[in-house]
Design a protein. Structure first.
Length: 391
């Protein structure tokens, strides 16, 4: 490792210590190169330049692929313990922007840990897809599935909380999102994604697993429970997407192949990003800002836009009733299930809970004062409930 001559201080010593521990096997970097900026809020900034399998420290210059910002004391804590870094991230003392896959992946690759259950970023080939994922912990598998427009990064607090509870926690990027492949033509509906997730579990060697899903990921987890119960230990649904019960006035229009317009839609970042951040409350700060960054990484690609629009269309158009309707099938759900609802959720209103209670009298329910992403907005209560349910 080569290091610029800089004034000695807590931050540079901590950062040098981190980079000296760089372990390329713990960072998923298909392109082989990256520049990651480490900003010191009360000091000098540095870049970690990665050219696999090595990393070196340089003075900050140019546009970085990912940006990590913390004060000197937080950098020192991160150098001592990557779990402390994840806690700093959760509490907002460490900010990660642009590419969370790279930013948090660097923390994993410089943790110095060689334990089997350490935080790792990787990817795996299934018969049909290349799936990016991150994992931590040892024990029975808990596979986490993100929501529409999200990525595995939305489950980073879950990895930090549930890995010490005796689980191998694995958060995936669904095809079409994050760092997984982006098919140019696929159904992008819950049954298709359920098969994708089972192919991922097969590639890891798991016959059965517990599945946790947020929003669209919750709908996919439910599909696994309804259609592949023999592969499911239990289910955790975090504000899951459910079939609409009210009239869908635009259903006729969405029968047309509108998602293909995503390939033609002009999307200059300078125009799209401000609009998205205004539409999402808190879109310019904290976890929400990082989540918007992750959304934009996929949405600004034609294949990513296609996947987003097709998923949204399938969610809107799902039939609620009839022999193959969602609510008809839900009554036959077998695995034990925990549902976590947000009282302030405007996407899946908590009123849906009473419909699920009627369909699944044995299911466990938790109401929280939060919106649509409980594991980010109320992580302690959400993960305590998960640990108790899975215990």
């Amino acid at each position: 490792m080569s290091t610029a001559t800089v004034e000695r201080g807590i931050a540079i010593e901590s950062i040098e210590e981190m980079v000296a521990r760089f372990e390329p096997d713990d960072l998923d970097l298909p392109g082989g190169t990256a520049r990651i900026r480490l900003e010191v809020a009360d000091g000098e900034d540095f870049d970690v330049v990665i050219e696999m399998p090595e990393a070196r420290l340089e003075p900050a210059s140019g546009r970085p692929d990912a940006l990590l910002t913390a004060d000197e004391r937080t950098w020192a804590r991160i150098a001592d313990d990557v779990a402390g870094g994840m806690e700093a991230f959760r509490r907002g003392r460490l900010r990660v922007r642009h590419d969370l896959h790279l930013g948090v992946g660097l923390l994993a690759a410089t943790s110095g840990s060689r334990e089997p259950g350490r935080l790792r970023f990787d990817r795996i080939e299934t018969p049909d897809h290349e799936i990016a994922y991150c994992e931590a912990g040892e024990g029975p598998p808990l596979i986490c599935i993100h929501g529409l427009g999200g990525t595995k990064a939305s489950f980073l607090p879950t990895l930090a909380a549930m890995a010490p509870e005796g689980h191998r926690v694995i958060a995936i990027d669904l095809p079409g999102f994050g760092d997984s492949d982006k098919p140019h033509a696929a159904p992008f509906d819950a049954p298709w994604y359920a098969d994708v997730v089972l192919g991922f579990a097969d590639a890891l060697g798991y016959e059965r697993a517990t599945f946790a899903g947020n929003s669209m990921g919750g709908r996919i987890a439910l599909e696994l429970g309804m259609n592949h119960a023999e592969r499911v230990e239990s289910l955790v649904m975090l504000a899951p997407s459910l079939a609409w019960l009210k009239e869908r006035p635009w259903n006729w229009l969405l029968k047309a192949p509108l998602p293909r317009l995503g390939y033609l839609q002009p999307t200059p970042r300078m125009l799209v990003e401000p609009v998205v951040r205004r539409l999402v409350p808190g879109g310019d700060r904290g976890w929400t800002a990082a989540g918007v960054d992750e959304f934009l990484r996929s949405y600004l690609t034609p294949a990513g836009r296609y996947a987003f629009y097709e998923c949204a269309r399938n969610i809107y158009r799902e039939e609620p009733y009839g022999e193959e309707g969602f609510w008809t099938r839900l009554k036959k759900l077998g695995p034990d299930s925990l549902f976590v609802w947000g009282r302030e959720d405007v996407l899946v209103p908590i009123e849906f809970m009473r419909h699920v209670e009627r369909a699944l009298p044995r299911a466990v329910h938790l109401e929280l004062d939060c919106g649509h992403v409980p594991q980010l907005e109320r992580p302690e209560t959400t993960h305590e409930a998960m640990a108790s349910f899975l215990g």
